[in-house]
Design a protein around this ligand. Structure first.
Ligand code: UGA
Ligand code: MN
Length: 333
C-alpha cells in the first residue's frame, strides 16, 4: 500500500515537472520570436524615428554642400559718409537719438557729426560713444554775425554752412591719408539732424557715380520738390520757387561721390550765397544738370522728408523756475 502511494506521488511529481519544463521551453521560444507589434507601436514613436532619419539625411546634405561651397567674395559696399551739422537746443538729443537709430540700420555708414559750438559738448560726445555707430565728432562754431539770433526768421541766414565745410575738410584730409588716395569708393551725403530718412534712400545713393538726385517730401511749401526726369535724364525741377536756380534742390535731395569731392578740393558751401542758393553754391562747380543721376525710380518716389520739429514751449518750466521749483538741471534732456 505504502509502495503504491509512493509510486503515485512520484508520477504526480514527474508530471508536474514535465508540465513546468514544457511551459518554460515555450516561454523561451516566444522570447526569441519576432512579434508583430504594429498595434502596440505608438504613432508618436514612429513619427519621431522618421523625423530622426530625415534630420540625419539633411545634416548629411548640409555637410556635403558646406564642404563643396567656395567662400563667396562679396564686393565691399562703398561707405556712405553722412555729414550732419547740429546745434544745442532742447530737442537736440531727441533729434540725434532718432537719427542714430535710423543710421544703425544702414550698413557701411560713417557719421560725421559737426557741432555748431566752440567745443565738443558732453551731450553729443556721450550720445556718440553709446551710439554703436562708426563716427567722427567735430566742432566748428558759426561766426557770430552769421548766426541766427533768437527771434530771427529761420530763412534770414543759412544754417549749418561752416559745419558742413568742416566735415568736408576733415573727410578730404582723412581720406588722403588712406590707401587708394583720391580714387576711393564712397558717397557723401549731407543729412540735417531734423529730417526723416527712409532706409531705402541710403541704398539708392550708394551707387552714386558723380551726383545722384531724388525727390524730397514736405519742402519749399510743397508736398514734394523733385527733379523731373525724361528719357532717364533730369530736364528741369518741380519746385514752387525760383526754378531758374542752377540746382533748385534741398540739401536732403542729393549725394556726391567721394571721388568727385576729393577731385575738387576747393568745393564747399558758400555762406554768402543768396537765400536758396546754398545747395547750388556747392553743386555748380561739380556737375551739370545733364550729368545728374536720377534715383528713387526716376525721381518718382519720396524717400526722405524735410520734417521740422516744433520748438517745445517752456512756459510752465519758467514759471516753476521762478519759484525755485524748476526741473533738475542735472537731468539731461
Ligand atoms: C533748410 C535746408 O534743408 C538746410 O539743409 C539748409 O541748410 C537750410 O534750409 C538753410 O537754408 O540754411 P532748415 O530746416 O530750414 O533747412 O534748417 P535747419 O534744420 O534749422 O538747419 C539745418 C542744419 O543746420 C541742421 O542740421 C541744424 O542742426 C544745423 N544748424 C542749424 C546749425 O548747425 N546751427 C544753427 O544755428 C542752426
Ligand atoms: Mn531742418
Amino acid at each position: 500500500m505504502a509502495t503504491r502511494m509512493k509510486l503515485k506521488l512520484k508520477t504526480v511529481f514527474v508530471l508536474y515537472f514535465m508540465v513546468s519544463l514544457l511551459g518554460l521551453v515555450y516561454a523561451l521560444m516566444q522570447l526569441g520570436q519576432r512579434c508583430d507589434c504594429t498595434e502596440h507601436d505608438m504613432p508618436k514613436d514612429r513619427t519621431i524615428s522618421r523625423l530622426r532619419g530625415e534630420l540625419h539625411r539633411f545634416q548629411e546634405q548640409i555637410r556635403k554642400s558646406e564642404a563643396t561651397k567656395q567662400p563667396q567674395k562679396q564686393p565691399a559696399k562703398p561707405t556712405i559718409f553722412v555729414i550732419t551739422p547740429t546745434y544745442a537746443r532742447l530737442v537736440q538729443k531727441a533729434e540725434l537719438t532718432r537719427l542714430s537709430h535710423t543710421f544703425l540700420h544702414v550698413p557701411q555708414l560713417h557719421w560725421i557729426v559737426v557741432e555748431d559750438s566752440p567745443h565738443k559738448t558732453p551731450l553729443v560726445t556721450d550720445l556718440l560713444v553709446k551710439s554703436g555707430l562708426t563716427y567722427t565728432h567735430l566742432h566748428m562754431p558759426t561766426a557770430k554775425d552769421r548766426k541766427l539770433q533768437e527771434g530771427d526768421p529761420s530763412w534770414l541766414k543759412p544754417r549749418g554752412v561752416e559745419q558742413r565745410n568742416e566735415g568736408l575738410r576733415w573727410l578730404r584730409e582723412d581720406r588722403r591719408a588712406q590707401p587708394g588716395g583720391d580714387n576711393q569708393q564712397g558717397v557723401v551725403y549731407f543729412a540735417d539732424d531734423d529730417n526723416t530718412y527712409s532706409l531705402q534712400i541710403f541704398e539708392e545713393m550708394r551707387t552714386t557715380e558723380r551726383v545722384s538726385v531724388w525727390p524730397v517730401g514736405l519742402v519749399g511749401g510743397m508736398k514734394y520738390e523733385r527733379p523731373v526726369v525724361e528719357g532717364g535724364k533730369v530736364v528741369r525741377f518741380h519746385t514752387g520757387w525760383r526754378p531758374s536756380r542752377p540746382f533748385p534742390m534741398d540739401m536732403a535731395g542729393f549725394a556726391v561721390s567721394l571721388k568727385l569731392v576729393l577731385a575738387n578740393p576747393e568745393s564747399c558751401f558758400d555762406g554768402d550765397a543768396p537765400m536758396g542758393f546754398l545747395e547750388s553754391s556747392f553743386l555748380q562747380g561739380l556737375v551739370t544738370m545733364d550729368e545728374l543721376e536720377p534715383k528713387a525710380d526716376n525721381c518718382s518716389k519720396v524717400l526722405v522728408w524735410h520734417t521740422r520739429t516744433e520748438k517745445p514751449k517752456m512756459k510752465r518750466e519758467e514759471a516753476l523756475q521762478a519759484q525755485g521749483l524748476g526741473s533738475d538741471r542735472a537731468v539731461e534732456v
